[in-house]
Design a binder for this molecule. Structure first.
Ligand SMILES: [Mn+2]
Length: 199
């Protein structure tokens, strides 16, 4: 429960295509601290053990730098991953008191809002660690009842919400599992972060 009385519920889930955790090229980092919740998802190009090594490097970078400005984090990961196969990534920071959600991303990590409105949060195209434009940070404001879902491209981006009743129901953990089991493409590693704001 935040100082304003807003509660948050968040979860991250990932799964390697092969089912072996040490072969997953998708990773992420979530952390509630002070009045904020930081969330980031990374999908290393390719999969298997060598992608997993880069994923671990990315996660370690995030764990050490999550309090920095989001654009600074994307730029820092870019430096940190230079010489690797590269990755796509997105980072968000929610101010739990105000509902202000900052976000910045590079490449194909999908950010969507459900709840009081359905919206896709647009990020830039590029490959972290290889070639990318200057990252930008944008923001929106969540209202109680809103749900943020971040997914890697192992999960279908386009779907009719009416065809998947209940996919955004339940706890954040349920939402992650719903997206992975109902929308997983079955040909790539998958990862999902869900955050439920308020209520
Ligand atoms: Mn992928």
């Amino acid at each position: 429960m935040g100082p304003s009385g807003q509660s948050i519920d968040f979860h991250i889930e990932k799964k390697a295509l092969t089912g072996k955790p040490d072969e997953c090229g998708d990773t992420g980092f979530i952390k509630a601290y002070d009045n904020f919740c930081f969330m980031a998802l990374v999908d290393v190009l390719g999969h298997g053990k060598s992608a997993c090594e880069v994923a671990l490097l990315s996660k370690a970078y995030l764990a050490h730098n999550y309090t920095k400005q989001l654009t600074e984090i994307i730029n820092g990961m870019h430096e940190s991953l230079r010489g690797t196969r590269g990755a796509v990534a997105a980072a968000c920071r929610l101010d739990i008191e105000t509902g202000i959600l900052q976000y910045s991303g590079m490449g194909n990590i999908h950010l969507r809002l459900f709840g009081t409105r359905q919206e896709t949060l647009v990020t830039k195209d590029g490959v972290v660690g290889y070639m990318m434009p200057s990252p930008i940070q944008a923001q929106t404001r969540l209202t109680p009842g809103d749900i943020l879902v971040m997914t890697s491209d192992g999960i279908k981006e386009h779907f009719d919400l009416n065809a998947y009743p209940g996919i955004t129901m339940g706890q954040a953990e349920d939402i992650c599992n719903n997206f992975i089991t109902q929308l997983g493409k079955g040909c790539d590693d998958v990862s999902c972060i869900a955050l439920r704001f308020g209520i």
